[in-house]
Write a protein that binds this ligand. Structure first.
Ligand SMILES: [Zn+2]
Length: 159
C-alpha cells in the first residue's frame, strides 16, 4: 500500500539529513510541515521525513502505527530515535510528558478506524487513494463515510 522508492530516493533522502553522532538528533534540513516535521517528496507521495526514515531502515510500516520520537524532536530522522507506537500510546506518552496539544485547525487528520495519522488532507487522499477528491468530498458532505474518513475528520484534527 505504500509508494515504492528506489536507491536514488534513499540517497536524496539522506542527503537532506544532517547526520551526526549516533546518539544525537539527525535533523531534516529541507522543507517542513506546518507542525515542524520534515517533508520528503518521493514518487508522487509526500512523506513525513521521520516516517520515511523508519520505513527505509526497518523495511516495514504496519498499518495503524504512528511514528514517535524518543527525543521529541519532530525534525529528527535518526532511526534510533524513532519508534512505532499506537495512537493511544502516543497520546498517553504526550500527556505524560505534559505537552499534549490540541490541533484545532485540521493540520493533522486521524483515521478513526486504523489510527493512522495524516499530516495533510493531501496525504490522507494519497494514502487512501482518494483519486477523485471532489467526488469524495461531496459524498462526505452528504454524511457518508469513505474508507473510515468522515468529513469532520477532514475539517477537525483529532490530536
Ligand atoms: Zn532525535
Amino acid at each position: 500500500m505504500y509508494t515504492e522508492y528506489d536507491q536514488s530516493d534513499v540517497d536524496r533522502f539522506w542527503n537532506s539529513v544532517d547526520i551526526v553522532e549516533e546518539s544525537e538528533c539527525w535533523l531534516w534540513s529541507k522543507g517542513l510541515t506546518q507542525d515542524g516535521y520534515g517533508k520528503f517528496k518521493c514518487k508522487h507521495k509526500t512523506w513525513v521525513a521521520s516516517r520515511f526514515a523508519y520505513y527505509i531502515t526497518r523495511g516495514f510500516l504496519p498499518d495503524g502505527m504512528l511514528i514517535c520520537h524518543k527525543c521529541d524532536n519532530p525534525k529528527c530522522c535518526n532511526p534510533s530515535h524513532i519508534y512505532l507506537g499506537t495512537s493511544k500510546e502516543n497520546l498517553r506518552e504526550a500527556s505524560l510528558k505534559g505537552h499534549l496539544r490540541g490541533m484545532p485547525n485540521g493540520r493533522k487528520l486521524q483515521n478513526m478506524k486504523t489510527g493512522e495519522v495524516y499530516y495533510s488532507v493531501r496525504e490522507a487522499q494519497r494514502s487512501l487513494s482518494l483519486n477523485n477528491y471532489k467526488f469524495i468530498y461531496e459524498s462526505l458532505k452528504s454524511g457518508k463515510e469513505y474508507k473510515g474518513i468522515f468529513l469532520r475528520d477532514l475539517n477537525n484534527a483529532v490530536i
